[in-house]
Design a protein around this ligand. Structure first.
Ligand code: ATP
Length: 275
């Protein structure tokens, strides 16, 4: 991997990019995953690369839904395996009923095996989805392949970095879908029962914190109808506010630059006229 200086102001982001680029080289992730990551980075920039309060609230509710589920499942694709295998393993430790299932859009046996290996190395005891035994109805392509003991039977599905078709198909199967997606406009975010607009590792880490702290126990009934549209609206507003502030700052800077130019200060005027 490329050597990166920890003193670089964007060290964290560069490290993540290097990790994903390496994952593509080793066949864990696919080039399309890099594009998805780039889009997410842009949205994270707009959020200030931090968890906004409404996302943190959504993460708390997600922990309670998972803790209260009969059969909770987290779906893992190439980007998730490359970026957050330890966070996935931590979730599974905090909630031993949680099943970890591999699901890929660009599926090959080799990729599935690699992803399962990475997850096991990180501490996941059992990985589902290696030999799919069922199909999500009305969903073309390999994304439909699932495990009868996992996603097929799950009542609550945590789907980080999902695509809209699959999220919608899972909902039509009657599952409660928790999405992690930095894009509050995506079809996935809009079709999830509980959209979390936060970066993958931050979101998984927070959910694991709540599960480990035991704060996820309690009465999930009051959370059953999460205000998904409100949470998405809040994320869009947070992004809009930051953009708005940046535009005001830019306008001020331009104004002050203009007023400090020789012309504005009257330098170069002769006989009351500007040259
Ligand atoms: P949709 O079908 O939901 O409209 P899409 O087809 O654009 O969206 P993908 O291309 O599958 O979806 O991308 C997955 C989503 O995951 C993107 O919207 C992207 O913002 C998000 N994403 C990628 N990386 C991360 C990350 N590290 N943290 C959070 N979200 C991410």
């Amino acid at each position: 991997m490329t050597r990166l200086s920890p003193r670089h102001p964007r060290y964290g982001s560069l490290q993540t990019r290097a990790l994903l680029a390496e994952a593509v080289r080793t066949g864990l992730a696919v080039p399309e995953g890099l594009i998805a990551h780039g889009r997410a980075e842009a949205f994270d920039y707009f959020l200030g690369e931090r968890t906004i309060p409404s996302a943190r609230r959504a993460e708390r509710v997600a922990a309670r839904w998972l803790a209260a589920a009969k059969l909770p499942v987290v779906s893992v694709n190439g980007n998730v395996a490359a970026l957050a295998p330890h966070e996935v393993a931590r979730l599974a430790r905090a909630l031993p009923r949680l099943k970890v299932e591999v699901n890929l859009f660009h599926r090959t046996e080799a990729r599935v095996t690699r992803i399962a290996r990475i997850l096991r190395r990180a501490g996941v005891r059992e990985v589902f989805g290696l030999r799919p035994t069922a199909r999500i109805p009305a969903l073309p392509s390999d994304r439909a392949k699932v495990d009868r003991r996992g996603i097929w039977r799950a009542d609550v599905c945590l789907v980080p970095l999902e695509d809209g078709d699959r999220a919608g198909a899972l909902r039509r199967m009657g599952k409660r879908v928790i999405a992690i997606d930095l894009n509050p406009f995506s079809r996935t975010s809009r079709s999830a029962n509980l959209p979390i607009v936060d970066e993958l590792r931050r979101a998984l880490g927070h959910i694991a914190d709540d599960l480990e702290a035991g704060s996820a126990r309690g009465t999930p009934r009051r959370d059953r109808s999460f205000a998904a549209a409100g949470a998405l609206e809040d994320a869009r507003r947070a992004m809009g506010r930051r953009l708005g502030r940046a535009m005001v700052r830019r306008r001020r800077t331009r104004r002050s630059m203009r007023s400090s130019t020789p012309r504005a200060r009257g330098i170069g005027r002769r006989n009351g006229r500007t040259r």
